[in-house]
Write a protein that binds this ligand. Structure first.
Ligand code: 13P
Length: 250
């Protein structure tokens, strides 16, 4: 069955006390049944605190990044084994900010996906075109190649554990959301690529999230699109009340 998910990507925000307050608020707010899985992706230093909250609530926890290496002399890196050892459930892979500022290549992303799956952590694999690519009308080709190079080497049972997030780069942090029609068009396209590669059953079960200036005001319309199964939320995930409104937007 296809899962609905709302995931908050805090990026590089919040001090320890602020993180604790926000986690406590979210965990408490989702005590009762929620219409979707709720995932929080705080900075790595707060992951263990988040998994402690998760133990007592419905909260699930995601990391924002993982090393492509198994372990050893890689100063500053965090391994999949470490994430697994504190019960992290998800990990964002290939966010456009990591592709841009940290020069992550498709090849590195494929390695990260593999190592996460080895440790039973579900990748949230990001794809999405830049503004110039949409203007040149090559956005479908860009997304196709990101998926082919970063994900489609997986076999069917591995792929089953992957969540895809479509995040058009021009919509991230800009206040300029993709229209529900633009989101649906790309999500439908992504599902058709998954169908071509893995068949209809797998494609029907694949969760495809939208990310890019999604907030409490526009989430309901975006999530009502046939192929939009939830959101990967940046700025609006930093405010507890707004994040919970988004969670309740199905
Ligand atoms: P914003 O919601 O701040 O646009 O960020 C989206 C994002 O990058 C989530 O990963």
């Amino acid at each position: 069955m296809r899962k609905k998910i709302v995931a908050g990507n805090w990026k590089m925000n919040k001090t320890f006390t602020e993180a604790e307050e926000l986690l406590a608020y979210i965990a408490e707010s989702i005590e009762k049944e929620t219409p979707c899985e709720v995932v929080t992706c705080p900075p790595a230093v707060y992951l263990e605190m988040a998994t402690d909250f998760a133990m007592e609530s419905n909260l699930l926890v995601g990391a924002q990044n993982v090393s492509q290496f198994e372990g050893g002399a890689y100063t500053g890196e965090i391994s999949a084994a470490m994430l697994d050892s504190i019960d992290v459930n998800y990990c964002i892979v290939g966010h456009s900010e990591r592709r841009k500022y940290f020069h992550e290549t498709d090849e590195m992303l494929a390695q990260k996906v593999n190592i996460l799956l080895d440790y039973g952590i579900n990748p949230i694999f990001c794809c999405g075109e830049q503004l110039g690519e949409r203007e040149k009308e090559i956005h479908f080709g860009v997304v196709r190649s990101q998926l082919q190079n970063g994900l489609f080497h997986l076999n069917e049972s591995e792929f089953h554990n992957v969540v895809i997030a479509y995040e058009p780069v021009w919509a991230i942090g800009t206040g300029r959301t993709a229209s529900p029609e633009q989101a649906q068009e790309m999500h439908g396209f992504i599902r058709s690529l998954v169908t071509e590669k893995y068949g209809k059953k797998v494609a029907d079960d694949t969760t495809i999230l939208y990310g890019g200036s999604c907030n409490a005001g526009n989430a309901r319309e975006l999530f009502s699109q046939e192929d939009v199964d939830g959101g990967l939320i940046g700025g609006a995930s930093l405010k507890g009340e707004e994040f919970i409104k988004i969670v309740n937007s199905f």
